[in-house]
Design a protein around this ligand. Sequence first.
Ligand SMILES: [Zn+2]
Ligand SMILES: [Zn+2]
Length: 774
Amino acid sequence: MATVLAQSVHVETLHVFVHGIVQGVGFRPFVYRLAQRYGVTGNVRNNEEGVAIVASGLPEALHAFVAALESDAPPAARINRIDIHPVEEAANDQIEQSFHILPSCTGQRPSTQIAPDMAVCADCLREILDPADRRYQYPFTNCTNCGPRFSIVSQVPYDRPNTSMHRFAMCADCSREYHDPLNRRFHAQPNACPVCGPQLSWHDCTGRAVAGDCLKSAALALANGQVVAIKGLGGFHLAADACSAQAVTLLRQRKNRPSKPLAIMVRDLETAASFASINAAEAALLCSSEHPIVLLACRKKTALAAEVAPGIGTIGIMLPYTPLHALLLAQPTTPKALVMTSGNRSDEPICIRNEEALQRLQDLADWFLLHNCDIVTRVDDSVARIMAGQVRLLRRARGFSPIPVALPAATADILACGAEMKNSFCIVRNSEAYLSQHIGELTSTESYDFYQESIEHLQQVLGFVPEQTVCDQHPDYLSSGYAHARHAHCQKVQHHHAHIGAVMAEQNVSGPVLGIVLDGAGYSGDGTVYGGEVYLADRNGYTRLARLSHLLLPGGDQAAAQPWRMALSLLYQHLGEQALSAEFQPPALLAIEQTHKQFIGQMMLKGLHCPQTSSCGRLFDAVSALLGLCLYNDYEGQAAMLLEEQAMSAGDEVPSAYPVTLTTEAGVLIIESSPLAALICADLTAAVPAAVIARRFHQWLVDALETVCVELREQTGIDRVVLSGGCMQNRLLLETLIRQMHTRGFSVHAGALVPMNDGGIALGQAFIGGYVCV
Ligand SMILES: [Zn+2]
Ligand SMILES: [Zn+2]
């Protein structure tokens, strides 16, 4: 073949550059196999930009070869761009006679992308369950299509010495696979087998290693209702039998987590379907290479303990995403559903090191299932929900980080420091925005350390230290403090402007837009707390055009933890001092001690520590508490979730909504919420079911926003709407809002793979701040 090529006058040569996630995902062997298929000669190698190919062959063959680069790419690859440069009349002696894979060339500033961690592939799964395979029952099996990446790499280029697998020398068999271009494990950096790779160990709660079959021992402990700490891909989990009320209660007590829903892991899709109703899109998401926790509608009367997600009709389910999980769940004694919650103490980040876990989790776990391969960086499980027909991430971490979001051109290289709750940060380089994995609440020293470590890690993985910083306007956020410490002249971006920016960046929406932000709390600088607004916004700036009417926030942040305070505040807004006498209060509030209510009443009367807020999250709290669904939040968003649940349970027939009242104040449209207090109380007196009231409230909010946007469209001529903020995690609200806005002829954009909650703030900061910094 080579001789034919060299003699042919039709032979052409192309230089092809492939950009995106193309290293560590089996791309070079894939190119090699394509070259064989199409009779193309030349070479392929990794470089700083991605993969560089020199390809010579007949024009038709080259054409097919290039087309297949994209259409047949390995499952884990993500191609952003392919650049093709024809080489003029390549001298015959420069045309290679065959096709070669060349070693990586290392440069000063590596810019290629690191793949996220991937769930175990079907081929590897088959091997570990095949008694004849040399990897039978081996929990660290992986290949170029699956396995750990981001969580084990310490710096680029992504080669074994730069991962935590560096201390395991490959055996002859593994080495042969690794060097064979036609093998699925060619250059699979974490390649391992029972002979040469990491091993499991089983320890009691004092850390003492106990001999025996680790997987069998773990299965037995779980079946006996005990709590097992399991070292996974991006950190530790605490596992317990999800069908045992006793086991789940024990775990809750130890973790001091009274009612926050816990995610479960089950063996396969079929088992998942026995616990939840799953549509095609949800099934595809459960089985995707990302394998996130998927929020699903619980079936009634299942074997699951009610304690897994008390009072909630949704359940977070994930399928086994490492061989270790798959093997554990395949043990005959393992319970059919396991609670798998982050292995941490509350407010602390998830544990990743063995010694750290043995120390910090010793009161939480009865047993430890460990292994001797280090996790370099923490990566939590991602959480997703299908809403309005799309995958929407509520927590973006494993499987998704660090895939970058491509920003429109002209963005400075910056570090955006994120918000306080659900923190993530974002590093922008060459217009590519690398949103970090979920860091969590920046409220403890440990989580702040994790934040700083993660920034350093991502900088190292990207081989890049940004010089400019962007942060929230809130002066007390630790992330803002960090930004200032790094760069005194850091750029500040308003919280809700960043929320809108995150969606504009992800969805590639150019401004200006009408941005609806329904959120918990956002610092405004004017002394009130924002959270239920409609803005006219673009990348340059924003103007508030509409908002929810103000409620008092008795005790500031305290009010967010105690929805009954907001219920009283909503009554107070409508009735004034009368709201404080029991005869005007709905039954739910009678459960609160009169002295507490008097105390809050006095605060409101005197205006002591009662900032005004337009927060939509707090309005949900108020209604939820008025209905008696939730007087105290055990976890963030509980009252709102319970209200959504109620509204969903009202069935398909939509009851009439509460009427909308709009006023104007200083040119800003105000959606009046005070009539709600009277309307809801009247319904309660008339014994209207809570589900119907909850549904009417949801519908009221959607109708109000629709009316406002129609009016603002007349004023501004703008019909592009962006939806963002934490309240958009409410499926009923989001879907109804999108549907009604579409009906009114708006184009509507909402976050999908970037969370609409504060987890997406850093991307918005980068998008807006980076623009201003240019
Ligand atoms: Zn695999
Ligand atoms: Zn081996």
